[in-house]
Design a protein around this ligand. Structure first.
Ligand SMILES: Cc1ncc(COP(=O)(O)O)c(C=O)c1O
Length: 396
């Protein structure tokens, strides 16, 4: 009998970490590897936010905070949701957690019973499926492809809903595809969900600010689904604060109190210094962060130009987040330099070993024909990485 629980035995390791660890090991062995595996901004935290953290330490914010976070932070979240998304949430509807990841987990733990279904449009963020497994649920996937920018439709959603569906979980802007849903697309999705009151939408909006073309819309702004929606957001991507571990959920009252209950027994309130600094961050004018978006935008355009020329890569122009998710089905079934490519994970490994460029295969994102590149890296590295891949695939 396994000493490890069945629940944990069902879980996989994150393919993102598998590839980034392998890239790190190769670097440690003296190989010049460019790793485009991890999804984190390569900028420093803005000085104002750091100063707020120093101040919080000096002001002795060293004790437990309320479970859902300091009131001032929840007020700042509430003001941000009004300012950027035209959403009305009272501070009592906000639960601040150790990252958006925990916020999603809080909601799943609050609503999913054993055997309940959670709809995941593919490609999805790697952790979603594993989180659903952890809470005893079953993921139901909706297939999409690069030809529709990896977006699911309201019709596909309606077909996937059953009496056992508890939630629809997706990110917009999307990791890994870099697509986002327009107001019209979200309205059509909202109209479907509103017909099924037993379904909760978990709308992960962590990449909200990294959007190059459109206006970010939160699905909770459609009144017909406000009572059925949990909005997830956080500090990691917009403020380059991945290590500070602050995320939050904004939910209808019935769900907000459930999240508070889960978190009260799991982790208590999030890190107090990071919470205080997050108040300053959320009160900043988004224009003060524009320099990061401008830089990502430039890199996106650069990578797109370079990637278009790589043999066998079918790519679209992602409009948000900082990922490319090219379709590499051309290589599947081929033998490259003695490696049989059965799926995108094999191809990602092939690129790491032969081109010395790290990316992540799409199998654990639910798209076994695609690979994900993060372009949160320097222009020089991006140029060199694309050149290495181009040369490598042409050689074999
Ligand atoms: C779609 C998505 N949601 C949530 C997270 C996790 O965010 P946090 O650092 O706030 O836990 C990530 C991180 O990569 C992500 O890509």
């Amino acid at each position: 009998m396994s000493k490890i629980s069945d629940r944990l035995n069902r879980l996989s390791y994150s393919q993102t970490f598998v590839m980034s660890n392998k890239a790190r090991d190769m670097k440690a062995a003296g190989i010049d590897v460019i790793s485009l595996t991890l999804g984190e901004p390569d900028f420093d935290v803005p000085q104002k936010i750091k100063q707020a953290a120093f101040d919080a330490i000096n002001e002795n914010y060293s004790h437990y905070s309320p479970v859902p976070g300091f009131l001032e932070l929840r007020q700042a979240v509430s003001a941000k949701l009004k300012r950027d998304n035209d959403l009305d949430y009272k501070p009592s509807q906000i639960c601040v957690a150790n990252g958006a990841k925990q916020s999603i987990m809080n909601v799943l733990l609050a609503i999913v019973n054993d055997g309940d279904e959670v709809i995941l449009p593919a490609p999805y963020w790697v952790s979603y499926d594993e989180m659903v497994k952890l809470v005893g649920g079953t993921s139901v996937f909706i297939e999409t492809s690069i030809d529709t920018e990896f977006k699911f439709t309201a019709e596909q959603l309606e077909k996937a809903i059953t009496p056992k569906t508890k939630a629809l979980l997706y990110s917009s802007p999307c990791n890994p595809s870099g697509s986002y849903y327009t107001k019209e697309e979200l309205e059509a999705i909202a109209n479907v969900v509103a017909k099924y009151p037993h379904v909760t939408i978990i709308s992960d909006e962590i990449y909200e600010f990294i959007n190059y073309e459109g206006e970010h819309v939160s699905i909770a702004s459609f009144p017909q689904v406000y009572e059925q929606t949990a909005v997830i957001n956080g500090m990691s991507k917009a403020f380059a604060m991945t290590g500070w571990r602050i995320g939050y959920s904004a939910c209808p009252d019935w769900l907000a109190s459930a999240c508070d209950k889960v978190q009260g027994q799991m982790t208590s309130g999030a890190n107090t210094v990071a919470q205080r600094a997050s108040i300053t961050a959320l009160q900043m004018d988004p224009l003060e962060l524009q320099y990061m978006i401008t830089e990502f935008h430039k890199r996106r355009d650069l990578v797109f130009e370079l990637m278009k020329d790589i043999k066998g890569f079918k790519c679209n122009l992602p409009k948000s987040a900082f990922y490319f998710f090219p379709d590499i089905s051309y290589f599947i079934g081929k033998n490259l330099n003695g490696t049989e490519i059965k799926d995108a994970d094999d191809f990602a490994m092939f690129l790491l070993e032969n081109a010395h460029v790290g990316c992540v295969g799409g199998v654990s994102f639910g798209s076994p024909e695609c690979i994900r590149f993060s372009y949160a890296a320097s222009e020089d590295d991006l140029r060199e990485a694309m050149k290495r891949i181009k040369d490598c695939v042409e050689k074999f």
